[in-house]
Ligand binder design. Structure first.
Ligand code: CTP
Ligand code: MG
Length: 241
């Protein structure tokens, strides 16, 4: 990414729209309610992400893609709720219809450990570098990763230094994301940066802490609660603010 002085705080204020995708059912979690509504540390999971975006200087409006017909279950004053789709990228496409800014930050409601700092850093890096279409949060990989064949026999050991575990938030130039979504295979995309890559765009990674976990299976909830408590320093930090 380009070096040099970044945009000032004033130019950054409210420059991007947040798009929190919360429309998934959470099949692997197996709860009775959609995953975004499952309690984590005493509040519905999506509220942690919502709070972080409300505190981020670079964010103006906030759009949340919710399970179709489920808007009434979300208490999200000051945000815009839109029905999501049956694949993650379709939920992103639905939310993008409400975005009017040049920059948009897409985030999984399933990542409650996101911080305002990480959100602002991504937007700032994107605004600063006109040559990239997206800046995505990604953590270094600490496990050794091997590619295996269908027979569970190792085919290759990958160079860990070249690997990143990709997370959200992901900041995009809105027009680039719109174009990528219009031409991409939405059903097969697990993140939107993939659609940008497939369309020939440039995606930069922003180093992100491994603590920014995604809640996928039940044990992730316990882990997230431990992290939310220890990162904020005191157990009372789990209270609603
Ligand atoms: N998501 C969405 N619309 C979908 C599918 C997923 O908005 N049709 C959102 C989820 O709500 C979540 C994020 O995308 O915040 C990441 O998806 P994932 O962790 O896979 O959540 P689910 O699809 O709900 O879980 P599962 O795959 O276990 O069903
Ligand atoms: Mg899913």
């Amino acid at each position: 990414m380009a070096d040099g002085p970044g945009p000032g705080a004033r130019e950054m204020a409210g420059i991007a729209t947040a798009l929190i995708v919360a429309a998934g059912s959470g099949q692997r979690l197996g709860a009775a309610v959609p995953k975004a509504l499952v309690p984590v540390g005493g509040r519905p999971m999506y509220e942690w992400s919502l709070s972080a975006f409300q505190k981020a200087d670079s964010i103006g409006r906030i759009v949340i893609a919710v399970p179709p017909g489920g808007a009434g279950d979300f208490a999200a004053d000051g945000t815009e709720l839109v029905d999501g789709g049956d694949a993650r990228s379709k939920s992103v496409a639905a939310g993008l219809g409400r975005v009017e800014t040049d920059f948009v930050v897409v985030h999984d409601a399933a990542r409650p450990l996101v911080t305002p700092e990480l959100i602002d850093l991504g937007v700032e890096a994107l605004v600063r570098d006109p040559d990239v279409d997206a800046v995505i949060a990604a953590a270094p990989v600490t496990d050794t990763i091997k590619r295996v064949g269908p027979d569970e026999i190792v085919a290759e050991t990958l160079d860990r230094n070249e690997l990143r575990a990709v997370q959200t938030p992901q900041a995009f130039r809105t027009d680039a994301l719109r174009r990528a979504i219009a031409s991409g295979d939405l059903a097969g995309a697990t993140d939107d940066a993939f659609l940008i890559e497939s369309a020939g765009g440039r995606v930069a990674v922003l180093p992100s802490p491994p603590t920014n976990i995604k809640i996928t299976i039940p044990s992730d909830i316990e882990l997230a609660e431990l992290l939310l408590g220890s990162l904020a320093g005191t157990p009372t930090s789990l209270d609603k603010d």
